[in-house]
Design a protein around this ligand. Structure first.
Ligand SMILES: [Zn+2]
Length: 170
């Protein structure tokens, strides 16, 4: 099996990749920024095998990126929420979205500063307000005219404008 550590690399990028470099991990984190908190919601939105999802969520909890709490509405189940260290990954995620948009395929969603409605620039800044909004001050919505590809309950909620980190109720 391929190891997930880069022990011989004396570099903080290697240390970061030990936490977020596995397949699916960044998409799980993207969904966590969208407000997904329940195992079943990650599962229906990502089409990821349950064993892999369970492994990635446990790893992210162990590494201090997600916090696992009992779900008050479903006995025996959990809610997953980003920790402060997890929320600090937003600029990295946004940078990858921008790169994908420029070099692979147009982004399907727009990200706006919630208080003024200005779309964020490529650096994640609001040019109108001259600042970098925190994730909870960012509104995301599908690009106008973009045909919806997915019809799962999470995708359906995300068809309306949604503030990052605001819990998604499916
Ligand atoms: Zn603004």
């Amino acid at each position: 099996m391929l190891g997930k550590d880069y022990e011989a690399q004396d570099c903080s990028l290697a240390r970061a990749l030990e936490v977020i470099g596995e397949r699916w991990t960044l998409l799980i984190l993207r969904d966590a920024f969208f407000g997904v908190r329940r195992f079943n919601d990650f599962h229906v939105h990502l089409d990821i095998p349950k064993a892999v999802l369970s492994d990635r969520l446990s790893g992210l909890v162990e590494d201090g990126i997600l916090e696992r709490e009992p779900d008050p509405e479903h006995a025996g189940r959990h809610l997953y929420e980003l920790t402060a260290a997890g929320r600090d990954l937003w600029p990295a995620l946004h940078a990858l979205l921008v790169w994908g948009d420029h070099h692979r395929a147009p982004n399907s969603r727009v990200f706006k500063h919630a208080s003024c409605g200005t779309p964020l620039d490529d650096h994640g800044d609001c040019a109108t307000c001259g600042m970098t909004p925190a994730p909870q001050d960012i509104l995301t919505e599908p690009h106008r005219g973009r045909r919806a590809l997915r019809h799962d309950p999470v995708a359906t909620v995300l068809r309306a404008p949604h503030r990052l980190l605001e819990p998604i109720e499916t």
